[in-house]
Design a protein around this ligand. Structure first.
Ligand code: 2IP
Ligand code: CA
Ligand code: CA
Length: 391
């Protein structure tokens, strides 16, 4: 598992570099913010450059991981497909070639002949990145038993907006490039349980002198009794893993803090605002909000809507499990509660599609979720949610 983790961290750094290049290099940046009208004038250009950045990152991840772990590339799933259409209606498949020159050539066809931009992206895609030993425990899961969910760029809206002077409150950014993350999560194909996660935050700190961003990454592995991660040990929960804490009263919700989506329903926003004395924060990016919980900046991330997918949650879920937390289906937990059942099968699973839906919605996290670091926080949230009927 150590080697796989190292490969994932390395490729997440490469992904972060591509994300940073696209914002920091002028020729690429101008493409990123190009207006639709301008794009349409150049019909050999892909109509959506931001999607190209996303797709390129996903393909880099597939290519690099597949090179080192043969066969695994066919089990790497993500938000994007690698087929593009330019303004002439031509279909172009983006992939990483063996040679940098060939990747540049292929990208230049997608970029309407912009050789400079194509070469820069190809350079980033073929860069060698070396991460030294990450000091993981030595335990083994056969690679053929694993699948991977990737969100190459989470919080694309913030990525495009590019706000860099956002000010955090209690360490949490409501908006800004800090909310952008690269999410790579590994799960067990048979059980659907997440086992390994990497979250890369490409825009963690901005240096106003050099006008350059630096990033940071976090990882965690959780497999049976093996739990390791990159987090500061003081952040780790001392509670016995996955034990069921005694129910607390709804009023004890006062002891927790929550991070919510700005798009959260008014009912849930009001409920938490009225009950979380430690505060309610709002932040962009599903991956970033999970990261806030992982880092202890908020105790829980509650989301009651149907607009996140497996690729948003797999990686943070594995890291949360490694600290004794997890991500559960909100709807399922409440349903079990109302039916008087013992909770137990409520964690999000990554190997089976959501029932009753088709297309991309197959992988939607239907009915929302709760991400938590400790079971007692989860219990408090469920008690609180049980006091209302969710509309
Ligand atoms: C989005 C992104 C959004 C999030 C949404 C995700 O992924 O993380 O920010 O909404 O749920 O699916 P919100 O910020 O309100 O939580 P992407 O940017 O990859 O489309
Ligand atoms: Ca996403
Ligand atoms: Ca995305």
């Amino acid at each position: 598992m150590g080697e796989l983790l190292r490969a994932l961290v390395q490729v997440s750094e490469k992904a972060a570099n591509i994300a940073r290049y696209c914002r920091q290099d002028e020729s690429l940046f101008s493409l990123l913010i190009q207006q639709k009208g301008e794009v349409e004038r150049n019909k050999t250009f892909v109509t959506d450059f931001k999607t190209l950045a996303d797709v390129l990152i996903q393909e880099v991840i597939k290519h690099d991981i597949g090179k080192q772990f043969s066969g695994l590339e066919s089990r790497i799933f993500g938000e994007e497909t690698n087929e593009f259409q330019n303004g002439l209606g031509e279909k172009i498949v983006v992939r990483i070639c063996e040679r940098r020159e060939d990747t540049a050539q292929l990208l230049s066809t997608v970029l309407g002949g912009n050789v400079e931009a194509a070469e820069l992206l190809a350079f980033a895609a073929h860069q060698e990145i070396i991460i030294t030993d990450l000091q993981t425990d030595t335990f083994h899961i056969p690679i053929h038993k694993l699948g991977v969910w990737v969100d190459p760029i989470d919080s694309t809206a913030q990525y495009i907006k590019g706000i860099r002077d956002s000010v955090p409150r209690d360490g949490i950014y409501t908006q800004g490039l800090q909310c952008v993350t690269v999410l790579i999560g590994v799960y067990d194909l048979e059980t659907g349980v997440p086992v390994m996660g990497v979250i890369n935050q490409p825009f963690a700190r901005f240096d106003s002198t050099t006008k350059r961003w630096t990033g940071q990454f976090f990882w965690g592995i959780s497999s049976g009794p093996h739990n390791v991660n990159s987090l500061n040990p003081t952040l780790q929960d001392t509670e016995v893993r996955h034990s069921h804490a005694k129910p607390t009263s709804a009023l004890q919700a006062a002891g927790i803090s929550a991070v919510l989506s700005t798009g959260e329903s008014e009912q849930v926003r009001t409920l938490f605002q009225e009950n979380c004395a430690k505060g309610v924060h709002y932040a962009a990016g599903a991956g970033y909000k999970c990261l806030c919980v992982i880092l202890g900046l908020a105790d829980v991330y509650v989301f009651s809507e149907d607009s996140t997918y497996r690729w948003d949650c797999c990686s943070p879920h594995a890291i949360l499990r490694s600290v004794g937390g997890g991500i559960v289906s909100l709807r399922e937990c409440l349903r079990q509660r109302h039916a008087g059942k013992v909770e137990g099968q409520e964690e999000l699973m990554y190997n089976a599609p959501t029932e009753g839906v088709s297309g991309v919605d197959k992988w939607v996290n239907k009915g929302g979720f709760i991400a938590f670091r400790s079971r007692s926080h989860l219990e408090t949230v469920l008690n609180l949610l049980s006091t209302v009927t969710l509309l």
